[in-house]
Every structure is written in structure tokens, then in C-alpha cells.
Design a protein around this ligand. Structure first.
Ligand code: MN
Ligand code: MN
Length: 260
């Protein structure tokens, strides 16, 4: 059961309307790394998770992401206040009317031009380029180790998108609100890392171990110049306890029976 508590999770502050920034912020409303994608990722993943504590955590985080979506929606409304997109349906001075009379420009509609017709100029579930939200953003497989790695990466991406948005604004209220949202994604990343650490057998994911020699081979796929296989091998070897072995030549090792 969901209940809507009308108090926001954190006070949303926007000091000045800014339709151009609203367009960028749409990325966190209906974009690939946005709040709806995050909420749906954890909400659907939870149902397929046999472990009760992890399922509970996934549902808690999914619910918090919906609270973030609510905050981003409120920010978008405040950023668009008084702007042409907010005036689309007015009887007097309708922006679309002016546009038809040649007195305006589609470029003034800071959100995507289609939003003026289909969304009265307000936020729709698209990213900043107008691409519609899609469930393809959710890459859950139903295997906890693979999914938790993906969740950690999703939180890292969400954090970085907020960080970039903060760098694009000089509005103190917007910056404060975005900082709250960014910091919560840091907390979520840590929760998913904890959930992964709680799985004793987490490498390789799944139940089949694969071939031992192949799993350790660094195949020599390039030679000459910088970025040659030896450098890649040394880089991997120096930063891992996995103990790779440099496999000399993939061509020499290729099957000689099979001809395509
Ligand atoms: Mn979030
Ligand atoms: Mn998150």
C-alpha cells in the first residue's frame, strides 16, 4: 500500500525561474539515470529477490526514489514559473497563439518543443533531449550479484549527473536541493555495496565457474605502439590479485580444424 505524504522529503528551493536549466534537469525526471528509472529498477528487482532483508532494502530505496522524483517534479515547476512553457494554454497571450502569429520562437520553449503541444509546456517523462522514458533503462536480470553491480553503477551515474547539474547552476537554492539529491545517491551506492558484501560467494556471479585457464588468460590482442597487450597485461596484473597470464598469440592458439 502506498500513502502520499504531502510533505516533501527535503525543502525544494529555486531562487529564480530558469527554463533552460529545467530542460537539463528533465534528465533526472524521465532520463536513463533519472529518478523514475531508479524507482522502477529497485521496485521490480525487489519482487524477484528471494532474500527478505535485501528485498526490504530494495523496496525502501525504490520508495525513496519516488520521493526524489516528486522533488525533481517540484523543482521543474518552480524553474518554469512564468516562462513561455507555463503560458501555453492561457486564453490571453497564449504562447502557442503568439507562435502561430509569428511572434515567438520554438527555441524559447525551453523544454522540448513537442512538450508545448503534448504537455502544456510542463515536464513530461522524457530526458533532456525529448526521448521518451522507457523500461529498457532497467537492466535487472534476476541474479543478485549481477543486479547489485548494476545498481552500484546506476547510483554512481545518478550521482555524477547531479554533480554535473550542480556545476551548471549558480542558483543557491537549486544547488542546495540538488546537493541533497546527489548525497542520497551516495548513500544508496553504499547500501548496495553493503548488500553485495553480504553475499559470501559473489565471484564469478552465478553457479558455473568456467574454465580455470581461460578465466586467467590475458589474450594478446594487439602489438606495437603504446597501448599494446603487454602494457594492458601489466596494468591488469599490477592492480589485481587475480593473477592473469599473458597468452602469447590468439592466432597460434586458434583451432586449426574449424574453417568458416
Ligand atoms: Mn534518487
Ligand atoms: Mn538512488
Amino acid at each position: 500500500m502506498f500513502l502520499h505524504n504531502k510533505r516533501l522529503m527535503y525543502t525544494v528551493r529555486v531562487d529564480e525561474p530558469n527554463p533552460n536549466f529545467a530542460k537539463l534537469l528533465l534528465e533526472q525526471f524521465g532520463g536513463a539515470n533519472g529518478e523514475l528509472a531508479a524507482a522502477m529498477r529497485y521496485f521490480t528487482q525487489a519482487w524477484n529477490d528471494p532474500e527478505a532483508q535485501r528485498r526490504g532494502m530494495l523496496l525502501d530505496i525504490a520508495t525513496e526514489e519516488l520521493s526524489h522524483l516528486e522533488m525533481v517534479g517540484q523543482m521543474l515547476v518552480l524553474l518554469l514559473e512564468g516562462s513561455p512553457p507555463a503560458k501555453v494554454d492561457e486564453v490571453e497571450g497564449s504562447y502557442l497563439g503568439k507562435l502561430m502569429a509569428g511572434k515567438g520562437s520554438l527555441a524559447d520553449l525551453a523544454l522540448n518543443p513537442g512538450d508545448a503541444v503534448l504537455g502544456a509546456g510542463g515536464p513530461r517523462l522524457t530526458d533532456s533531449a525529448g526521448n521518451p522514458w522507457t523500461s529498457a533503462y532497467v537492466d535487472t536480470l534476476g541474479q543478485p550479484v549481477a543486479d547489485l553491480h548494476s545498481d552500484i553503477a546506476a547510483e554512481a551515474r545518478a550521482k555524477i549527473v547531479y554533480e554535473r547539474l550542480i556545476k551548471y547552476t549558480d542558483d543557491a537554492g537549486v544547488s542546495d536541493t540538488l546537493n541533497f539529491l546527489m548525497t542520497r545517491e551516495v548513500a544508496h551506492q553504499k547500501m548496495f555495496e553493503a548488500a553485495l558484501a553480504a553475499i559470501a560467494e559473489d565471484f564469478p556471479p552465478g553457479t558455473l565457474q568456467g574454465d580455470k585457464k581461460l578465466g586467467h588468460a590475458y589474450i594478446k590482442d594487439s602489438s606495437g605502439g603504446s597501448g599494446a597487450s603487454e602494457e594492458g597485461f601489466e596494468f591488469a596484473q599490477a592492480n589485481s590479485k587475480w593473477e592473469f597470464e599473458l597468452d602469447p598469440d590468439p592466432v597460434a592458439n586458434a583451432a586449426d580444424e574449424t574453417v568458416l
